[in-house]
Design a protein around this ligand. Structure first.
Ligand code: HEC
Length: 160
């Protein structure tokens, strides 16, 4: 069931990006860039939505192995879209609000590598959660959560 749910949400997201592509032809370059930024922020916000309960558990909220595994697997699937979302150079327009640094556009291999690290760490965390063991699961959180900051530190305006 869980696999089917993941598959369905992935299909829904692919479908919405196909709609985005077909509309893109009627948009000005600035509108396309604004839409691309909007799209990537939405992805990251949905990733954060899923990380929230896990981060809560790491900070002492009641441990729920099922939620931990489910949300980590969701993040691993959603993260596969990160390189695609960070492939569109949106730097040409000053009035588009973004915290993405321009070094992203020339470092696509590194973006792919940092994304893969996140996917691997999310799956390792989910595998630990699947055992139901709280200690092992929370022990895997540092690497998992750290893979977000590892990319943000390099490719995002430091506004924390
Ligand atoms: C490979 C690089 C990369 C990885 C990995 C990554 N991010 Fe990000 N993230 C970015 C970039 C770049 C932005 C800036 C997007 C923008 O402002 O256009 C961003 C922005 C965000 C935002 C702000 C979105 C907004 O509304 O402005 C959140 C929240 C976020 N990331 C959460 C996460 C979480 C949680 C993880 C880990 C589970 C993660 N990110 C992993 C590169 C990454």
């Amino acid at each position: 069931m869980r696999k089917i749910a993941i598959l369905l949400s992935a299909i829904a997201m692919i479908a919405s990006s196909m709609v985005f592509t077909s509309y893109a032809q009627d948009m000005t370059p600035e509108e396309q860039a604004a839409a691309a930024v909007d799209q990537r922020k939405s992805l990251f916000k949905t990733i954060r939505y899923n990380l929230g309960p896990i981060a809560g558990m790491a900070q002492g909220a009641p441990f729920d192995a099922e939620v931990a595994e489910r949300n980590a697997r969701r993040i691993a699937v959603m993260a596969t879209m990160i390189p695609e979302m960070l492939a569109v150079d949106t730097s040409a327009f000053d009035n588009i609000e973004t915290t993405a640094l321009d070094s992203i556009w020339d470092n696509q291999d590194d973006i792919a590598a940092k994304t893969q690290a996140l996917i691997d760490n999310a799956n390792a965390f989910a595998d630990a959660a699947a055992t139901g063991e709280m200690g092992a699961t929370l022990g895997a959180f540092r690497a998992f959560g750290g893979s977000c900051g590892n990319c943000h530190d390099t490719y995002r305006v430091d506004n924390d």
